[in-house]
Design a protein around this ligand. Structure first.
Ligand SMILES: [Zn+2]
Length: 432
């Protein structure tokens, strides 16, 4: 046994000791999934994986698993440890009983293990992004962040798509082994039926039992039943198609794009604050971003004042037509006012005020490799903001009260949300 194998064995033992049923299912998944096991062992060897633990109580039980590269404190006060894969014991126990859930977990865990394996390159890309942001923040006016953000979005997409191919192939290898001698048509069906996470990659014609299954356009399997990674042009096509069916089909660009935008704004804000402190006659630069180009049009109404969205036709939720600037400004103020009194501060710097929702995101984003859970929470709060179209000067308070009631109602059956959570809307608006 190598050192890494010994460490993995110890992790599985510890998991099993505290959670016998889930631990047993976890061990089975690792044993049956060579790609997953290989990634875990390589990550242990690299030092980017130190533990596999059950997700803590502060994480909603329907989140199957995730990787954290850095220590992080959850709104519930619980700490997530660095270099850890967290897995839902509920999902694992179900995986022990249901082969489809087992395959789902096989895919998700392999995907997350790819992130552990690629931690160093992710951090490197992150550092390069940070440097580019700083160069703009310290450079001459205007400060346009669009192209750096677009480039970062592309590299996030490439990475997620590549890691998801790892997840797909882990399940594909398992299905291939379970069905020796299957024809291509049979294999497609077996893959499609293997788990819900496989369904987005196939077209189904007709209804079972007469249905036929085809891989979606752009995806190519090799002779081993897995998405082919050779020759290079086939690999490239598979990655691009995975970008479309996985990354683009889920709210990844919204999640990563918002995170990256917030980091750009934070860098700008910090730089302006430092400059203003040094120079009393400091004039803030013009700050620009094309939200449409970044697929983040919906954030346009929430952009902090002092930043220009250069999209040709800003998109406003629920509105076919761009509102008059004065009207929009008024609504933004109401919006800020509606949320201001609930403990989320604003920071001033030159001409630049940060929307409270953005400052909340900024807090969650302080970790450059922020874990997906706090990200999700911050985004959920962002998404729950009163829609700009529904806010009226006089109606704002009533609206917030209604929202508070909705949040309290939805919070009831979900114990995870009852934990004291400083940054959840429930806490924020129930103070009304
Ligand atoms: Zn991922």
């Amino acid at each position: 046994m190598t050192e890494s194998e010994k460490k993995l064995e110890q992790m599985l033992k510890d998991f099993e000791k505290a959670n016998p049923d889930a631990g047993k299912a976890l061990r089975k998944l690792v044993d049956e999934t060579p790609a997953l096991k290989g990634n875990l062992l390589s990550s242990i060897e690299k030092g980017t994986l130190e533990r596999i633990e059950p997700t803590p109580a502060g994480i909603p039980p329907n989140i199957p698993g995730f990787y954290t590269s850095k220590e992080e404190t959850l709104p519930s006060g619980e700490k997530l440890k660095a270099n850890s894969i967290y897995i839902s014991t509920t999902e694992l126990i179900d995986a022990g009983k249901d082969p489809k859930i087992a395959n789902n977990m096989r895919m998700i865990m392999t995907h997350e293990s790819e992130h552990a394996l690629n931690k160093d390159s992710i951090l490197k890309a992150d550092k390069a992004f940070e440097d580019k942001l700083l160069a703009i923040a310290k450079g001459p006016s205007p400060h346009d962040y669009t192209s750096v953000l677009a480039e970062k979005g592309k590299s996030d997409r490439l990475r997620e798509a590549t890691d998801q191919i790892g997840g797909f192939n882990a399940v594909a290898a398992y299905v291939f082994k379970e069905n020796p001698g299957a024809t291509q048509a049979q294999l497609y069906q077996k893959l499609y039926d293997s788990c819900p996470e496989m369904e987005p990659y196939f077209n189904v014609k007709g209804t079972p039992p007469k249905a036929t299954y085809e891989l979606k356009d752009g995806l190519t399997l090799g002779k081993d039943g897995q998405l082919a990674l050779t020759p290079p042009d086939v690999k490239e096509k598979n990655i691009e198609a995975m970008g479309k069916y996985f990354y683009d089909a889920r709210p990844y660009q919204e999640q990563y794009g918002t995170r990256d935008l917030v980091r750009a704004l934070k860098t700008e804000l910090d730089t302006q604050t430092a400059e203003a402190a040094k120079n009393p006659s400091y004039t803030p630069p013009e700050v620009r971003v094309n939200l449409k180009e970044l697929g983040l049009q919906h954030l346009s109404p929430h952009l902090p004042s002092g930043i220009t969205d250069t999209s040709s036709s800003p998109y406003i939720r629920g509105s076919a037509q761009e509102p008059q600037p004065a009207l929009r400004e008024g609504h933004e103020r109401t919006h800020l006012h509606a949320l201001d009194g609930h403990g989320v501060g604003t920071r001033d710097s030159g001409g630049f005020k940060v929307d409270p929702s953005l400052s909340e995101l900024l807090k969650a984003m302080n970790d450059p490799n922020s874990n997906p859970v706090s990200m999700r929470e911050a985004l959920a709060n962002f998404a729950k903001q009163p829609d700009i179209q529904h806010i009226r000067q006089e109606g704002a308070r009533e609206y917030v009260q209604q929202e508070a009631q909705k949040v309290q109602e939805t919070a009831k059956p979900q114990p995870a949300q009852e934990a004291p959570a400083q940054e959840t809307p429930a806490r924020k608006v129930s103070g009304m």
